[in-house]
Design a protein around this ligand. Structure first.
Ligand code: CA
Length: 395
């Protein structure tokens, strides 16, 4: 009788599939480019544009190492916010607001996204257009599309870029991030096609130098992501002693007056505004850390970038740029978890019967749900926060 078990068999099958995909992708860069040439031609890109774009093109191996390197430490709310909402970033933000006042007002009238929110996106994406990246977009995307890891995604981005170049909307020599994002708002080529706006009607979507194109494109994207004119993104709050942590998380939505009844107050302790507006409560550092009620516009920010920390940083920077003060919660000096620590948390939770999903070192929704169930079962406050306290308990 054979002794291989199911996991072993699955691993074997995975190895076979992996080597098949390596074989399928082991053709030369020239072979790969001729496949792309065919795909792009089928989608209407001219031969002249492809010839120019692929002339003496070689893969950039530095980009592959950037794509594979992972930060050693996972970020927590305060470390993330401290880096992104610095005094330097605030000062540059006030200047950007001042310099573009009339254009920002015009963009607000058309799309409903306020000036301080748009400027906050410019700040976080590219330090207000000052750091848009110096990698050749064609070369970056061709390299990442050639690499089997995420070939499909980057192949369609490369073809989108070739279309933009062919249409004269983006220059052939355009540069951006190593991952192929361009301009002050760091749009991928497919985003430029779907949401880019040529606001000054010069035939180009210039996300590097033309403030009208930049602001209209960002505002158009946010409007399409469901941004509600006249609403805030969210607000900092505090919780009364009796608060039931089962209600934490983006999956639970309640009206503001329900949150008031459950013990949620403004950050300064006073009552919430009387409103039936829908909101979710999030605790980015668990019950000991700051608390936020977030509205529909927060979900629009998550549509731009699905990281909760990113969305909170956008919201807070926007508040500061419109005259708001620092957060009232006291920063917690908690040791940062290494990615390996998060992997260990995920593996231990799964071993204990709480399915934490893939042990990838990133505490996503599945890991947080598993953490919450574990915390509840052992009598901790079940906030689902994957932090130092949980790490210690699981050890
Ligand atoms: Ca333009």
């Amino acid at each position: 009788m054979s002794h291989y078990n199911l996991p072993m068999l699955l691993r074997f099958i995975c190895l076979v599939l992996l080597s098949l995909s390596v074989v399928a992708n082991s053709n030369t860069f020239e072979d790969f480019l001729s496949n792309i040439r065919q795909l792009a031609t089928e989608q209407g890109v001219s031969k002249a544009t492809i010839d120019k774009a692929f002339f003496q093109l070689t893969p950039n191996l530095d980009i592959l190492s950037s794509d594979r390197s992972q930060a050693e430490f996972s970020q927590n709310f305060w470390s993330y916010l401290g880096k992104r909402v610095s005094q330097y970033r605030l000062d540059n933000g006030y200047d950007t607001l001042k310099q573009n006042r009339s254009l920002l007002n015009k963009t607000y009238k058309q799309y409903g996204v306020p000036a301080h929110v748009l400027v906050s996106f410019l700040g976080l994406e590219s330090n207000y257009g000052n750091n848009t990246g110096s990698h050749s977009l064609v070369r970056s995307l061709a390299t990442l599309a050639f690499d089997p890891r995420r070939s499909d995604f980057f192949t369609s981005e490369l073809i989108a870029l070739l279309k933009l170049i062919d249409d004269g909307k983006v220059p052939l020599e355009a540069t951006g991030s190593w991952a192929g994002a361009m301009g002050a708002v760091q749009f991928m080529p497919s985003n430029v096609i779907a949401y880019g706006v040529d606001a000054d009607n010069d035939g180009k979507i210039d996300l590097w130098n033309d403030q009208a194109d930049i602001l209209a494109s960002a505002a158009n994207f946010l409007e399409r992501l469901g941004w509600n004119r006249g609403e805030k993104w969210g607000r900092e709050v505090t919780l009364t002693e009796s608060f039931n942590y089962e209600n934490v998380g983006l999956n639970t939505q309640k009206q503001l007056d329900e949150w008031q009844a459950l013990g949620v107050r403004r950050a300064n302790g006073s009552s919430l505004p009387k409103s039936r507006m829908g909101a979710s409560l999030i605790l980015p550092m668990g019950y000991k850390g700051p608390a936020f009620l977030v509205y529909q516009n927060f979900r629009s920010i998550l549509g731009w970038n699905h990281s909760t920390l990113y969305a909170l940083a956008i919201g807070h920077l926007a508040d500061r740029l419109s005259g708001g003060g620092a957060l009232l919660a006291t920063p917690i000096d908690e040791p940062l978890l290494k990615r390996d620590d998060v992997v260990a948390i995920q593996q231990t939770l799964s071993l204990l019967g709480y399915d934490a999903g893939e042990a990838d070192g990133i505490a996503g929704p599945k890991t947080r749900a598993a953490a919450k169930n574990f915390q509840r079962d052992i009598g901790m406050i079940a906030d689902g926060y994957v932090g130092y306290e949980l790490f210690q308990r699981l050890q």
